[in-house]
Design a protein around this ligand. Structure first.
Ligand SMILES: C[S@@+](CC[C@H](N)C(=O)[O-])C[C@H]1O[C@@H](n2cnc3c(N)ncnc32)[C@H](O)[C@@H]1O
Length: 177
C-alpha cells in the first residue's frame, strides 16, 4: 500500500463498505494515521451497523460515506479528472458480477504504485470445482464472473497482482503504469 505513513495523508476508497467490521485492521491503520476513507455502499443500514463503533473511536469525520449503487458513483468520479490517480488503496467487496466493471473504472482512480484489493477471488473454492459439482445457487451464479475477473487481472499489464489465500481469497493489484 502506498503512502499511508504518519505524515502523508492516505486516501482510501471502499466499494461495498458495509460496516468496517471485516476489514477492521486495515481501517484501524488508515484511520490512526492521517488517512481518509471514501466509502460507497448501496445500503445505508449496513454502514449504520458500524457507525457507533466508528463514532466511539472518534474517526467518523474521516469517513465520507456515499449511498447508492457503486457503478454510477464511480462513473461520476471517472468523469472528474481531479479524482484520477488520487487513491492510495481501494478495496472492493460488493456485487461480484460487477467486479470487472469496477476494475475498468478503478484503474483510473488509483494512483500509480497504489493498490486495488478484490475480495472473494477464490469464491468458496468453486473456481477449481468440476462443472457438475453440487454448488449453492449463488455460488454457481457468481462463479463465472469471478473466473472472468481473475483471468482479466492476470492479463492486465497495468497491474502486478498477487492472490492471498486467506479467507475467501483476496487479490491485490498494484498499478504499475
Ligand atoms: C460483504 S459486504 C461488505 C463487507 C465489508 N467489506 C466489511 O468488511 O464489513 C458487501 C456490501 O456490498 C454492498 N453492495 C452490494 N451491491 C452493491 C452495489 N451495486 N453498489 C454498492 N454497494 C453494494 C452491500 O450493501 C454490502 O454492504
Amino acid at each position: 500500500m502506498a503512502a499511508t505513513g504518519e505524515t502523508q495523508p492516505a486516501k482510501h476508497q471502499e466499494v461495498g463498505h458495509k460496516s468496517l467490521l471485516q476489514s477492521d485492521a486495515l481501517y484501524q491503520y488508515i484511520l490512526e494515521t492521517n488517512g481518509k476513507i471514501l466509502a460507497l455502499d448501496i445500503n445505508r443500514e449496513n454502514y449504520e451497523i458500524g457507525l457507533p463503533i466508528i463514532e466511539k473511536a472518534g474517526v467518523a469525520h474521516k469517513i465520507d460515506f456515499r449511498e447508492g449503487p457503486a457503478l454510477p458513483l464511480l462513473d461520476q468520479m471517472v468523469d472528474d479528472v481531479s479524482f484520477h490517480g488520487s487513491f492510495d488503496f481501494i478495496f472492493v467487496d460488493a456485487d461480484k458480477d460487477n467486479y470487472l466493471n469496477y476494475h475498468k473504472r478503478l484503474i483510473d482512480l488509483v494512483k500509480i504504485g497504489g493498490v486495488i484489493g478484490y475480495d472473494n477471488t477464490l469464491w468458496n473454492g468453486s473456481l477449481v470445482a468440476p462443472p457438475d459439482a453440487p454448488l449453492r445457487k449463488y455460488v454457481r451464479y457468481y462463479r463465472d464472473f469471478v473466473l472472468e475477473l481473475n483471468k482479466a487481472l492476470a492479463a492486465d499489464t497495468r497491474v502486478e497482482i498477487c492472490q492471498l489465500p486467506v479467507g475467501d481469497g483476496i487479490t491485490l493489484c498494484r498499478r504499475v503504469c
